[in-house]
Design a binder for this molecule. Sequence first.
Ligand SMILES: NC(=O)c1ccc[n+]([C@@H]2O[C@H](COP(=O)([O-])OP(=O)(O)OC[C@H]3O[C@@H](n4cnc5c(N)ncnc54)[C@H](OP(=O)(O)O)[C@@H]3O)[C@@H](O)[C@H]2O)c1
Ligand SMILES: [Zn+2]
Length: 333
Amino acid sequence: MKIKAFGIKEKGGKAEPFYYERNVGANEVRVKIIYCAIARGDVQFISDDWGDTKFPLVPGHEIVGIVEETGANVAGLKVGDRVGIGYQQEACFDCEFCKAGNEQFCTQQKVIGVHCYGGLAEYIVVDNRFAFKLPPALHQVGSVPLLSSGLTVYSGIMKAQLPANSVVGVLGAGGLGHLAIQFLNKMGHQVYAFSHSPEKKEMINQLGAEFVLTSNPNNLTAINKKFDFIISTLNVPYDLEGFLKILKPQGKFCIVATPLEKQPINLGLLYDYAQRTIYGNYVGSRRNMIDMLDFAAKHNIESAVDVMPFSQVNEAIEKVRIGKGGIRLVLEN
Ligand SMILES: NC(=O)c1ccc[n+]([C@@H]2O[C@H](COP(=O)([O-])OP(=O)(O)OC[C@H]3O[C@@H](n4cnc5c(N)ncnc54)[C@H](OP(=O)(O)O)[C@@H]3O)[C@@H](O)[C@H]2O)c1
Ligand SMILES: [Zn+2]
């Protein structure tokens, strides 16, 4: 069938009506898109920040919609199901990573923006194993950002295997960060949110975290606490060494975003009087997605969202680009 979407022809270009042909394969479902977020990553795809954007680009990798058609082999989903779809669209289900349940590392994987068209569209066709039933308790629009931002921070946090009541930090209270704060809080940790935005203090406190203003570097040490875990969602340069210094021995630093510029680091900080770990986290597995959605439903975790109609797609992209799109901007079809 012909799918109506918004496509971007070239680096930095505007979204324009764009049509492409896509049939529903035996393992696939066709989903009518209700909501699609415009995340920081979508804007970075449009400006080809990482050099792997495939144009024409149909951005959008946090999607909620309704199944309208199922392929012959699809058993777990039926027409009318409410599903969420994230960044990854396909995996081989046969390689060592897929067999170990880590489909996000599959060498044959397909992801939006690089291999396939995304959610700024009327429909999306996706492997049914990457369309996830939304638990009924999840509010429709507030759950949209869980599908990539939520998955990424949740799986990064789970990897740390933190004991309850750990002292934890979140760098940046944006789309990913404000969900990380909520997950960590509901997991029973003492959460500090490091932010350069004084106006976010009230929201951060309401989400259950202490607010630390990063514009004054003395504030980092003034807390006088040592951290078990810190997760960075910052895509701008920051004082990485300053944060490593406030990690306890055996503390863990999880990176889910990074600036395009290289970050200088004294590697001695990883071992001097300590054994600190820095690790990255790339989205998450299907298991992580299912667990994350269940956890979010159980603990009423959802994203703050500003909603705009799909017809205002270019205004919405511009708002996100200049940082005026609220915590997360979601388009409604
Ligand atoms: N690892 C993965 O698999 C994965 C998955 C999804 C997204 N990502 C990446 O995660 C990154 C963040 O995404 P997001 O949607 O959370 O972005 P976002 O909503 O823009 O949040 C980033 C936060 O960084 C802080 N910040 C922004 N500009 C700053 C500046 N000039 N100085 C200091 N702090 C600044 C802000 O927090 P404060 O106002 O609180 O300071 C901002 O809210 C993106 O680069 C995205 O590509 C990675
Ligand atoms: Zn594989």
